[in-house]
Design a protein around this ligand. Structure first.
Ligand code: 13P
Ligand code: SF4
Length: 333
């Protein structure tokens, strides 16, 4: 049998991606592998459309973490990025957690190395640490409460008004939370490359061409863009808003994968991806897009690459995630 190390080496070289027989119906093959292995596929809204369609559950970061904590499947195939698969492993360490491409990282998580964050934390000794889930397991282990864009406002507001707070790693979400809650947060200077690539000038021009449209944005976007948005929220909140709103055209300022579900849920409406600064596809997250249907198939077939974390890291990183889940449950989120 091929060892885990060998498989990871093959995966790194792109071999697993190439080895798929092109005549296979990957939808059928993945469905039967899922049944055979009692596996569940959890996918984020930023995955390509086919992956969202084959998934058992598609959601935002909070909903995916909640599913990972509760599933009775033996295998969780996480169609997302590293920090999401890490969170699933931390919450369900007894399960096999697979990530189709181990190189699927996150620019925001990378902008916050644990050693530097630890130093930052020690410079503010009387502060409690709230970290956005888009960070490494090592940063989570330095955190008091994890949050997502769905519950960040409520988690901050659940703390006493005089509680000093460090927020990391996203400076844009941090600034948005500071403004929304009125709390004086100490904010780590990190950001997501996808959400900082939008051109406000082009977005404003696009809205002038579509005068009945609304701009909707993820709070990882910069504050000048957020000021122009009719609605700000997590991917799930943006999806829900666009479905229920009376408006029929939306300029969507977040990763473009979300348009797949938006269009599916409201086929009569028009969704325009917010334009980036250059003529590139930079509002496609390069990490999320490393996952392909072929890699998902190989991942389930060979049960690799697998997410593995050491026990003490799992122990330390679990507490702040569980706190988030408990607060969210109390709030009905
Ligand atoms: P949410 O889906 O929780 O809004 O997160 C967005 C994101 O950036 C995930 O990488
Ligand atoms: Fe990270 Fe941004 Fe990609 Fe989300 S969209 S995974 S925050 S780089």
């Amino acid at each position: 049998m091929i060892s885990q190390d060998d498989l990871e080496e093959l995966e790194k070289k792109g071999y697993l991606d190439r080895a798929v027989d092109p005549t296979l119906d990957l939808f059928e093959e993945i469905e039967s592998l899922k049944k055979e292995k009692n596996a569940v596929i959890l996918a984020h809204y930023y995955q390509e459309g086919d992956i969202q369609d084959i998934a058992d559950f598609v959601g935002d970061s909070l909903a995916l973490a909640q599913k990972a904590a509760k599933t009775d499947a033996d295998i969780i195939l996480f169609a997302g990025v590293e920090f999401m698969a890490e969170t699933a492993k931390i919450l369900s360490p007894e399960k096999k957690v697979l990530l189709p491409d181990l190189k699927a990282g996150c620019s925001l998580a990378e902008s916050c190395p644990a050693e530097e964050f630890s130093k930052f934390k020690s410079e503010h000794p009387d502060h409690i640490v709230i970290s956005y889930v888009n960070c490494s397991a090592e940063v989570k282990a330095l955190t008091d409460i994890v949050c997502t864009s769905t519950n960040a406002v409520q988690i901050i507001e659940s703390l006493p008004k005089n509680q000093k707070i460090i927020f990391g790693p996203d400076r844009n979400l941090g600034a948005y939370l500071k403004k929304t809650t009125g709390r004086d947060l100490v904010i780590w200077d990190g950001s997501c490359m996808v959400h900082e690539i939008f051109s406000l000038e082009k977005i404003v021009a696009l809205q002038a061409e579509n005068p009945d449209s609304e701009i909707i944005a993820h709070p990882e976007c910069e504050s000048d863009l957020l000021e122009h948005a009719s609605f700000i929220g997590s991917t799930a909140a943006l999806l829900n808003y666009s479905k229920k709103s009376d408006c029929s055209t939306f300029i969507v300022a977040t990763e473009s994968g979300i348009l797949h579900q938006m269009q599916k849920d409201a086929p009569e409406k028009t969704f325009i991806p917010a334009p980036p600064l250059n003529n590139c596809a930079c509002n496609d997250c390069p990490h999320m897009r490393l996952n392909t249907l072929e890699k998902l198939y190989n991942c389930l077939k060979y049960e690799a690459p697998e997410m593995n974390l050491n026990q003490s890291l799992i122990y330390d990183a679990k507490l702040p995630i569980v706190k988030m889940l408990e607060i969210s449950e109390k709030l009905g989120l």
